[in-house]
Design a protein around this ligand. Structure first.
Ligand SMILES: Cc1cc2nc3c(=O)[nH]c(=O)nc-3n(C[C@H](O)[C@H](O)[C@H](O)COP(=O)(O)OP(=O)(O)OC[C@H]3O[C@@H](n4cnc5c(N)ncnc54)[C@H](O)[C@@H]3O)c2cc1C
Length: 457
């Protein structure tokens, strides 16, 4: 990595202002390591632009000086894609924090790339709307980061992933040019869908600076239920049945007994049921009128349900307690040391086989490790977390991802490829697809300066 000269640092300062170029190691360290602690990089400078114009000037300058940069939002990404593993400059977009007014007629708002998902949710709620994306990282994850990773989360079943919420973006391409299409027209077939292309591009094609987002009607009446089931087969049958019989269904999450034990031990939580159960489904139904009766009828019709705990619309604290069993998995697992996180999708028909095989595959690849499973059941999305493996040892990643591909699944459901899964992109994408990716990259980022170590093998 080429050292920045004092003059070059001065140029960066002249673009964004003195306080927004961080060079001291104690200031840059938090930007250089990922949320899990598995991916540790280093950088000479973190640059924090305050406007699209500043982003554009920075990117043009980096291209001219052949300097690579890593765009970063909330740094909650889980595939090592937002940290400077190759010594790149970090371009932190968190200062792009403006939230525009909600357009009540269309149900839309424009937000800067650095706005957190919690802030989008709050702005939408204040105007009588809601945002369709929700995830446990909501207080830190940003609009730009969730678009760049096409984040999924807890409400994909009802509203789709982030791509389905994005009506337009403003972004700076790799040559410093600004593309901006924030009009928010619902129907707009005027050529290539650049916003759609930037969704899931992981900072490799452009730096997102703002987005026009679709909002959804708020559904005030919510019911949360936790089901204890005896088998994975019962869980899969239950998900299909709930989707058909409960139109108010908004989230269906799955976890297993060992994960629940860990969460309860780590956070001192009471166990939800007196008897130990193998598989748990957490479901949330939301509607304009109280869906409790509909939930009771749909759950009552399920075979193989051993236990049920329900928190009705009037019990928000109890609802939060039930959600905590699922949402606290990520943190509880992280407390055991940096995990290997493999976020995968399986076809429904292969899910039971995968749950049966994956602990064995993990144990064969890394006998000292432990394997934890949880995820978004209605999307066929399981988070395979492996603890007790050296951060640099990829053998367990390879074994699990090969199993996923053999069962016709996707090696990345929602976190992206990043650097963590780059070697295995070919398990899901053909050589001609990867060649097309490279051509797109070359067209939009001709100098290859935007997140050069991510996504493409
Ligand atoms: C507790 C926890 C729970 C999570 N739950 C979920 C979940 O349910 N579903 C899910 O999908 N993810 C989940 N994640 C992962 C993470 O929150 C998402 O990937 C999120 O979209 C990352 O947003 P961020 O702003 O933190 O992006 P970062 O981590 O900063 O960056 C992620 C990627 O996007 C790029 N990027 C960031 N900002 C921009 C920008 N403005 N322009 C261009 N590229 C950019 C980066 O270069 C990097 O490649 C979870 C993470 C944690 C820690």
């Amino acid at each position: 990595v080429r050292r920045l000269s004092a003059e070059e640092l001065q140029t960066l300062r002249s673009i964004v202002g003195d306080p927004h170029v961080l060079v001291d190691a104690d200031l840059t360290s938090g930007y250089s390591v990922d949320w899990t602690g598995r991916f540790q990089g280093s950088t000479q400078a973190v640059v924090r632009p305050g406007s699209t114009r500043e982003v554009s000037r920075l990117v043009s300058w980096c291209l001219e000086h052949d300097l690579a940069l890593v765009p970063q939002g909330g740094n909650t990404g889980l595939v090592g894609g937002g940290v400077p593993l190759g010594g790149e400059l970090v371009l932190s977009l968190r200062r792009l924090g403006d939230v525009g007014p909600v357009d009540g007629a269309s149900g839309q708002l424009t937000a800067g790339a650095g706005v957190t998902i919690a802030a989008v949710q709050a702005a939408a709620a204040a105007a009588g709307w809601a945002y369709g994306v929700d995830l446990a990282a909501r207080d830190s994850a940003t609009v730009g980061g969730t678009i760049a990773t096409n984040a999924g989360g807890l409400r994909v079943l009802r509203y789709g992933a982030t791509r389905a919420q994005v009506l337009g973006v403003e972004a700076v391409l790799g040559d410093g040019s600004v593309v901006s299409h924030l009009g928010g027209l619902l129907k707009d077939n005027t050529g290539y869908d650049l916003a759609g292309l930037l969704c899931g591009s992981e900072g490799t094609l452009g730096v997102i600076t703002a987005a026009r987002l679709r909002l959804v009607p708020p559904l005030g009446e919510r019911v949360v239920a936790l089901l204890g089931l005896e088998s994975v087969a019962a869980m899969i049958a239950a998900v299909g049945s709930l989707r058909r019989q409960l139109p108010a269904l908004e989230a269906v999450e799955v976890f297993f007994s060992d994960g629940l034990d860990l969460v309860c031990e780590t956070f001192g939580l009471a166990r939800p049921f007196a008897r130990r159960r193998g598989v748990f489904l957490l479901l949330e139904a939301a509607a304009a009128t109280d869906p409790t009766d509909d939930v009771a009828a749909a759950v009552g019709a399920l075979p193989g349900v051993a236990e049920v705990a329900v928190a009705t619309a009037g019990e928000p604290a109890r609802q939060a307690e039930l959600w905590r069993y699922r949402e606290a998995h990520t943190e509880a697992i992280n407390s055991l040391g940096p995990p290997h996180k493999l976020d995968v999708t399986l076809p429904a028909a292969a899910m039971a086989r995968f749950v049966e095989l994956v602990p064995r595959v993990v144990a064969d690849a890394a006998p000292e490790s432990r394997c934890w499973l949880f995820g978004h059941a209605a999307d066929g999305n399981l988070h395979v977390n492996v603890t007790g493996v050296d951060p640099g040892d990829d053998s367990v990643d390879e074994a699990v991802l090969e199993l996923v591909a053999a069962l016709d699944g996707s090696i990345s459901a929602e976190h992206g490829i990043g650097t963590a899964k780059k070697p295995w992109l070919g398990l899901n994408r053909s050589p001609t697809e990867i060649q097309a990716f490279r051509r797109l990259k070359a067209a939009l980022d001709p100098g290859g300066i935007l997140n050069p170590n991510v996504l493409l093998p």
